[in-house]
Design a protein around this ligand. Structure first.
Ligand code: OSB
Ligand code: MG
Length: 398
């Protein structure tokens, strides 16, 4: 694929970002609540970064508008800052010390103006995402319009694939894949790492030759250590993040030797980084994830960039509960999301979801985009309380 040259028009030719910025519904928050949750996982999720299992923390933000409208957001920061620099404790501190105090009892014309209050803060993308998305839920509820229509979505069903963790044996992996294919998943993504790559991909290809297949290396290789030629022979949809996120020169060199597109995940930390990476030819596909990009507005910017450059994009996940996945599904309805999303139903990772009803995959391999205003799925407060290990609030209830 030829990457067309990027011009300074990239910022202005955008469609979805301009649309989102133009949405003006006054917000005035009277209260914000933070919840630190400890959620029981029902399986081990292992990648090049190591394994998560047992209990996983997640932070929830609940915003309450002066008119009583409530919106929830989620910061699924990993226990260890290996995929991204954010952590649960750091995110909690930024939310309670810096972000939430700055938005209380002030009138904002909409989410875009509200998000300007933290524009000067570097990083802290998970914290920013949790608040910005909760704000979008408030606005959507107030306007009586689902997020997907507010944001300019063009589809109400999102084709989904499953992200398969590293298993103890290839047999266990093949059994799991067979199960998921029966459920309808129509694209397979395998986590790879040194020692769990070529032979595994080969076994999966042999067992399921027809299924679109990709791999995700989560930065686990160096240019010298990866089995690039072997991987390139499998006709994979993409190789996701083979090298560290900031290794743009090496990624670009590697991409020039491969037929298989490289997909940017850890490299795509914001608009400028993604633009630079694409211009350098460091990848040909972009995985758009709301927490990694600091919220929906950051996603719209990258989405529009991808549309303008004719670069395929898809919506990735970070093991969100149904609260975070509600935003991901609405986002994935935008026109530039032309490839399968990572959107496993919450039941695959967690014993209990925080929303009811939650979502699941249809036999046609897709998940329906939520059509209700506000949070895509109704949040069950009792479960939030039950899994909370710490709470904090600012403002008052009336
Ligand atoms: O690299 O895509 C990734 C989960 C957490 C952090 C990074 C990644 C992932 C996944 C899981 O692959 C995708 C999902 O949430 O379903
Ligand atoms: Mg990834």
């Amino acid at each position: 694929m030829q990457i067309s040259p990027i011009t300074d028009d990239d910022r202005t030719r955008s469609g979805s970002l301009e649309r989102a910025k133009a949405i003006e519904t006054p917000i005035r928050l009277r209260r914000a609540d933070l919840f630190m949750l400890s959620l029981p996982m029902c399986r081990t999720f292992k990648s090049a970064y190591g394994a998560s299992s047992g209990m996983k923390r997640a932070i929830l933000v609940r915003l309450e508008d002066d008119d009583g409208t409530v919106g929830w957001g989620e910061a699924p920061a990993p226990e260890r800052p290996v995929y991204c620099p954010d952590t649960p404790e750091g995110t909690w501190s930024v939310l309670s010390d810096l972000i939430l105090p700055g938005i209380m009892a002030r009138t904002f014309s909409g989410p875009s103006q509200l998000a300007k209050t933290w524009e000067d803060l570097l990083g802290q993308h998970y914290a920013k995402h949790a608040v910005e998305s909760a704000t979008w839920a408030v606005v959507s509820e107030k306007m009586g319009a689902p997020l997907y229509s507010l944001w300019g979505g063009v589809r109400t069903k999102v084709p989904v694939g499953e992200s398969f963790s590293i298993y103890d044996s290839v047999e266990l992996l093949l059994d799991e894949i067979a199960l998921r294919l029966q459920e309808g998943f129509s694209r397979i993504k395998l986590k790879i790492a040194p020692g769990w790559d070529v032979s595994v991909v080969s076994a999966v290809k042999d067992a399921f030759p027809e299924i679109p297949l990709s791999v995700d290396a989560n930065c686990g290789y160096t240019p010298e250590s990866g089995p690039w030629n072997e991987l390139d022979d499998f006709d994979l949809l993409m190789i996701e993040q083979p090298l560290p996120g900031d290794a743009l020169i090496e990624l670009s060199t590697l991409q020039s030797t491969l037929r298989t597109p490289i997909c940017l995940d850890e490299s795509a930390t914001g608009f400028n980084m993604t633009r630079t990476a694409l211009r350098m030819g460091a990848g040909r596909i972009v995985n758009i994830k709301p927490p990694r990009l600091g919220g929906p507005l950051g996603c719209f910017a990258v989405h529009d960039l991808c549309v303008d450059l004719d670069v395929p994009a898809w919506c990735g996940g970070t093991l969100e509960t149904g609260i975070g996945r509600g935003f991901n599904l609405a986002l994935a309805s935008l026109p530039g999301f032309t490839m399968h999303a990572d959107m496993s139903p919450t039941r695959i990772f967690y014993l209990e979801d925080l929303v009811e009803p939650t979502f699941d995959i249809d036999l046609d391999g897709s998940i329906s985009v939520p059509l209700r205003p506000g949070n895509g799925f109704p949040v069950v407060s009792e479960r939030v309380e039950r899994f909370s290990i710490r709470k904090w609030s600012i403002g008052s209830t009336r």
